[in-house]
Design a protein around this ligand. Structure first.
Ligand code: PLP
Length: 409
């Protein structure tokens, strides 16, 4: 196997690392949870604070087009998702956006009452389906969650929408979005894809694959910063047919007419509810420029090269069966993170962090290594491998320092 330094020399995307302000003395492998700070963001926020908020104040809604940002930022995101214009809006969180879209799907498929998902989906996605069912009552909405291998058989005539996350947050496995979308459509079922771990690392063709709806995250591989706004995709063919129940004033046809009754705006604009957080949106807007001139297929190739290098280098450690690879070895079946299980996974993750390798832990026994092809290098991976081997060999994970659990893991 080639060494990391020569892989970095041959890396055609290596120049992109300069677009980020990476932490010093640290290898950061958690971009799947919170992307790093893009180098251009501090200046953009400083300028916004000084000139726009500081001087132009309320006139900035028009003068600096703050009011248009959910759409303009949405259009930038659309470019990364294979989505034509007029279908993506940047707003709120994934959780809130799931509420808007799941209730839209129920209205678009009258007579069908089931929200279908998989048991291992990200909890917030499942919580939202439960909340909607509780709100509407089971006569109008019920939830069916099945293991992934039962999805096809669970696609019965009562299913309104299939909601799945393309890359599983725990084990990093990747669904075949195109095939599952087609299978659902063959049965009259709409699809809603959660792209939290996909946007910015996987080549996605929402329009070409005829996806109906999608949501995704601004703060993971899009590097928009902590709590950055999320996004909604709704295919043009489904627009303007139904209203969505979080019908706030900025989704009104004429917010500044201040009419007592709600009239939804045309297009994807009606998926906006309240006033957008401009500071967070501006950071995301600037962060998206890090993708300028980069093809998603080149990013995907590098992502797989990084994770492949990591997996291939761990053969000896994986041999004993204590450390296990949860992520599929088949490149076509994995996203941009690798999950390892270990009986002392919490201690392993904390020992790695203490050694300068930022990873994260997921219940019950998983250590996740995220590979962000925009800024991670093969040398980063080599350093992480070296630290991991050392921790496993010395059993440093047993250290009492690594037993405490904070609120966020
Ligand atoms: C990170 C993540 C979320 C986050 O949801 P928010 O409401 O934006 O906090 C949702 N779904 C999946 C699959 C995720 O990985």
């Amino acid at each position: 196997m080639k060494d990391a330094a020569s892989l970095d020399t041959d890396d055609a995307l290596g120049y992109l690392r300069k677009r980020f302000q990476l932490p010093t003395d640290t290898v950061y492998l958690d971009g799947n949870s919170l992307g790093v700070l893009p180098a251009a963001v501090p200046a953009r926020l400083a300028q916004l604070l000084r000139d726009e908020w500081g001087q132009d104040l309320i006139s900035s809604w028009n003068r600096h087009d703050w009011i248009g940002m959910p759409i303009t930022v949405g259009e930038k995101i659309a470019g990364l998702l294979g989505a034509g214009s007029g279908q993506v809006i940047c707003c709120d969180s994934i959780s809130v956006n799931l509420f808007k879209l799941l209730t839209t799907a129920l209205q678009l498929r009258p007579g069908r009452t089931v929200l279908l998902s998989e048991e291992g989906n990200f909890p917030t996605d499942l919580y939202l389906t439960q909340g909607i069912s509780d709100l509407l009552g089971t006569a109008r909405c019920s939830v069916r969650s099945v293991p992934p291998e039962q999805l096809i058989t669970a696609m019965a005539e009562d299913v309104a929408v299939l909601m799945l996350t393309q890359v599983n947050f725990r084990d990093g496995s990747l669904h075949n979005m195109q095939a599952l979308t087609r299978a659902a459509h063959d049965r009259g079922i709409l699809v809603l894809w959660d792209l939290a771990h996909s946007a910015g690392v996987l080549p996605i063709e929402l329009d070409a694959w005829e996806v109906d709806m999608a949501v995704g995250c601004g703060y993971k591989f899009l590097n928009g910063g902590p709590g950055a706004p999320a996004f909604v995709y709704l295919a043009s063919r489904h627009q303007n047919q139904v209203a969505q129940p979080l019908c706030g004033w900025l989704g009104h046809a004429q917010p500044f007419a201040f009419e007592p009754g709600y009239r939804p705006a045309a297009g994807v604009q009606r998926y906006l509810a309240g006033t957008p957080g401009i500071l967070g949106m501006a950071a995301l807007d600037t962060a998206l420029d890090c993708f300028a001139g980069v093809s998603m297929s080149a990013l995907r190739a590098k992502s797989l090269a990084l994770s492949g290098y990591f997996i291939d280098s761990l053969q000896a450690e994986l041999h004993g069966g204590v450390l296990q690879l949860l992520t599929p070895r088949d490149a076509a079946r994995r996203g941009s993170q690798v999950a390892l299980s270990h009986p002392h996974a919490w201690g392993v993750s904390q020992a790695l962090i203490a050694a300068g390798v930022i990873v994260d832990f997921r219940e019950p026994d998983v250590v996740r290594f995220g590979f962000a092809p925009l800024y991670n290098s093969f040398s980063d991976v080599a350093f992480a491998l070296d630290r991991l081997r050392h921790i496993l060999a010395t059993e440093a994970y047993r250290d009492a320092r690594f037993s405490e659990r904070p609120r966020v893991t």
